[in-house]
Design a binder for this molecule. Structure first.
Ligand code: FMN
Length: 175
């Protein structure tokens, strides 16, 4: 699959099969996350992999942080944690950890799509509850929950703005 098709294939999957994910698929996906770029190469992230086969009770606890029926169907979830003490901060004070974590998170979602696995970015969760549940340190912030598993639904339609709305490039304007 070329990259354009991969980006088209990835979608927010909101229904999963309970089937276990192969360890080598999870390793592949996490290696893709490890290769993500980050500001000053700080790599200020931690990927907490919670699976129904290794830690079912932890996964159940996680459901309390994002109470949606579909979220419970995922057999696993990767919690992407930002380590604030490791993120790069520009001279004017702008913190870059969220950007770094976002790039790594999308590497996870695209790598999963390549392996036929579904994912969904989830940020609208109870972060404080999640932090307590995972016993994260003061400097550790859970930023994204990524449920992952084989899709039990078809790809949703891609609603996207047109080129003219998002791209300022004369060749495109001419179209
Ligand atoms: C930063 C971010 C946060 C998101 N948070 C949620 C969320 O909390 N719950 C959810 O169901 N989808 C969430 N999404 C998924 C978006 O709704 C989805 O990516 C968007 O509608 C485009 O659809 P697509 O991913 O299928 O292309 C989030 C996506 C991003 C990038």
């Amino acid at each position: 699959m070329d990259f354009l098709n991969l980006t088209r294939q990835r979608f927010s999957c909101r229904n999963y099969k309970s089937q276990r994910i192969e360890d080598n698929d999870l390793e592949y996906i996490l290696e893709c996350a490890r290769m993500a770029p980050s500001a000053v190469n700080r790599q200020p992230w931690l990927f907490k992999v919670i699976t129904s086969w290794d830690s079912h009770t932890v996964l159940q606890d996680l459901w309390q942080c994002y109470d949606r029926e579909w979220f419970r169907s995922a057999p696993a979830c990767i919690v992407v944690v930002l380590r604030h003490d490791e993120e790069w901060v520009r001279a004017d004070g702008k913190r870059h950890g969220d950007i770094d974590v976002a790039i790594a998170s999308e590497h996870i979602c695209l790598a999963a799509a390549e392996r036929g696995l579904g994912t969904c970015w989830v940020c609208n969760f109870d972060a404080e509850r999640c932090r307590q549940m995972l016993r994260l340190g003061e400097e550790e912030e859970p930023v994204v929950l990524i449920p992952i598993g084989y899709p039990a639904c078809d790809i949703s339609s891609k609603t996207r703005k047109g080129w003219g709305e998002i791209c300022d490039w004369k060749v495109i304007d001419d179209e």
